[in-house]
Design a protein around this ligand. Structure first.
Ligand code: C2E
Ligand code: MG
Ligand code: MG
Ligand code: MG
Length: 277
């Protein structure tokens, strides 16, 4: 009886794996289509200063699949497995630059760059030419001496090749591109890296913000803010959902705040209303 049961179980797992493989293959071919049809769109999430003024925003990728809007958690891993992520992020950057000139934005807009995009050999050249072309074309005179593009990188990327990332940052800084370290504190990198990379922002990961009532978490968060301040790096807290979190972070001297307490990610049409109100 036990033998029979075991066999059934193996059969069950096998079916599971098969279905998972089929699902992935389907998703992959749909993503291939999505890239060529440019089905990736941007939701914008503003972040604010301690007085709740909007001081910047983040461009977050969404997949407009028919009449559904899919979150990155539903597709980004698959997209990153192929080369498609590079094309999708290229599209996001172009659309962000279009939106900046169309809306006449004067604050930086962040884009999240995957490791694949970050390490493409021609990234700096492409970005510089995009920025210079915009400047020439733009009616509202987007000045590349204004820091309008902010690149969010994850800690894992500079563990992969520290020298490359350090050089990229130094190079693009000359063109007034900002850099942020995303999800800070979740990787295994030493804090000493921070002093060796000339980034402009550190984004304190949501996992810290959620657990500020825990004494150790609070101490670490305090240390991240203090260290950043001493290095002249601005801190942005991610995922601020409650007034209590906001107050605690303010008392620690955090510079900026991003989260549902202030704004949720929204399509451009909604952002327009927010900016005009
Ligand atoms: P992230 O870069 O850390 O972006 C912040 C995420 O936190 C966003 O999720 C945002 O909607 C969510 N968030 C903001 N405020 C709150 C809050 O108060 N509470 C909670 N619970 N969540 C909040 P989203 O848009 O689903 O994106 C998830 C992740 O997908 C991003 O995390 C980023 O790692 C990745 N992603 C998004 N767009 C891109 C992209 O263009 N390229 C790459 N490589 N990754 C992207
Ligand atoms: Mg981000
Ligand atoms: Mg983040
Ligand atoms: Mg995050």
């Amino acid at each position: 009886d036990a033998k029979r049961k075991g066999k059934n179980q193996i059969g069950f797992f096998k079916k599971d794996i098969e279905q998972d493989t089929i699902r992935k293959l389907k998703l992959r071919s749909e993503l291939e289509q999505a890239v060529s049809n440019k089905e990736f769109i941007i939701y914008y999430q503003p972040y604010v200063d301690k007085d709740k003024n909007i001081v910047g925003m983040e461009a977050l990728m969404r997949w407009k699949k028919g009449n559904k809007i899919l979150l990155p958690s539903e597709f980004i891993e698959e997209l990153e497995e192929g080369q498609y992520i590079v094309d999708a992020e290229d599209l996001i950057i172009d659309n962000v630059l279009d939106d900046i000139s169309e809306l006449g934005l004067s604050f930086p807009v962040s884009v999240n760059l995957s490791i694949k995009s970050l390490f493409r050999k021609d990234l700096a050249q492409r970005l510089i030419s995009k920025l210079t072309q915009r400047k020439a074309k733009s009616k509202i005179n987007i000045d590349i001496s204004h820091n309008i593009l902010n690149i969010e990188i994850i800690e894992r990327s500079f563990l992969e090749n520290f020298e490359y990332v350090r050089n990229l940052i130094e190079n693009l800084r000359k063109f007034n591109v900002f850099f942020s370290i995303d999800d800070f504190g979740t990787g295994y990198s030493s804090l000493s890296y921070l002093s060796k990379l000339k980034v402009n922002f550190v984004k304190i990961d949501i996992s810290f913000v959620r657990n500020l009532s825990d004494k150790d978490t609070k101490n670490v968060t305090n240390a991240i803010i203090a260290l950043s301040k001493s290095l002249n790096i601005k801190t942005i807290a991610e995922g601020v959902e409650t007034v209590e979190q906001f107050e605690t972070l303010k008392s620690m001297g955090c510079d900026y705040y991003q989260g549902f307490l202030f704004y949720k990610p929204m399509p451009k049409s909604e952002l327009l209303k927010v900016l005009n109100s």
